[in-house]
Design a protein around this ligand. Structure first.
Ligand code: FMN
Length: 199
């Protein structure tokens, strides 16, 4: 394993003695080996009008979750996440596992609390919570949320690789998004969104 000195986690918690601080300052760290696959850009909230083709977005999302070996771990291999795209783009509908739902641009902005501006798609990560709860009881919901976080992390890295601008969004109108993505009798719970576009 390659160790180098260039990167440290911020120090939090109780104040340290001078000796402890010295040991911390000189502790070897892992940046050389770990940084490349985890690279992501800053969160972007102002997008240009140059949209990403829906096809490209869907083609980026689906293999990340479905291709074996999977990029995302899943407790008990439940793999109960599902994805939808809310968009103002006018590309033709896609024949894919990811439903694309068209909205007016202003409607998309209203779905999220922190204002996203310009032209963007909203990738919705939803979970079939009952599948996790059936297997693990109440903690199943926690497992589903952790899995959604794992997915977002690999998606952010993939988006960065493709030079897309992205903002992870946890603050959104739950009922509004749920209503848009639901297809009775199937009611996945939206838990995490990403605004995706170009800067
Ligand atoms: C779980 C989670 C939820 C977030 N929700 C929002 C959100 O609702 N709106 C938003 O604008 N940014 C959201 N963010 C992005 C953070 O604000 C952002 O990552 C943070 O300010 C650090 O900035 P950076 O991503 O540019 O490094 C969220 C990030 C995480 C991890």
């Amino acid at each position: 394993m390659i160790l180098d000195e260039s990167w440290r986690l911020p120090v939090t918690g109780p104040r340290r003695t001078a000796g402890e601080l010295h040991r911390h300052e000189h502790a070897p760290t892992l940046r050389g080996t770990l940084q490349a696959p985890y690279t992501r850009g800053r969160s972007i909230r102002e997008f240009s009008d140059c949209q990403i083709p829906l096809k490209d977005l869907v083609e980026a999302v689906e293999p990340l979750y479905r291709e074996v070996p999977r990029a995302v771990p899943s407790a008990g291999s439940v793999y109960g996440l599902s994805f939808s795209v809310l968009t103002s783009a006018t590309d033709l509908p896609l024949n894919s596992a990811t439903p694309v739902i068209r909205r007016r641009r202003g409607d998309l902005s209203r779905l999220v609390f922190h204002r996203l501006q310009g032209s963007f798609h909203l990738l919705v990560i939803a979970v079939e919570t009952p599948r996790y709860v059936h297997r693990y009881g109440p903690r199943g919901r926690r497992y589903a949320l952790i899995e959604a976080g794992h997915f977002m992390q690999v998606f952010l890295a993939e988006a960065h690789r493709r030079s897309w601008a992205v903002c992870p969004v946890g603050g959104f109108h739950d009922d509004g998004v749920a209503e848009l993505i639901s297809r009775p009798p199937w009611y996945p719970e939206p838990v995490y969104l990403a605004g995706v576009g170009r800067q």
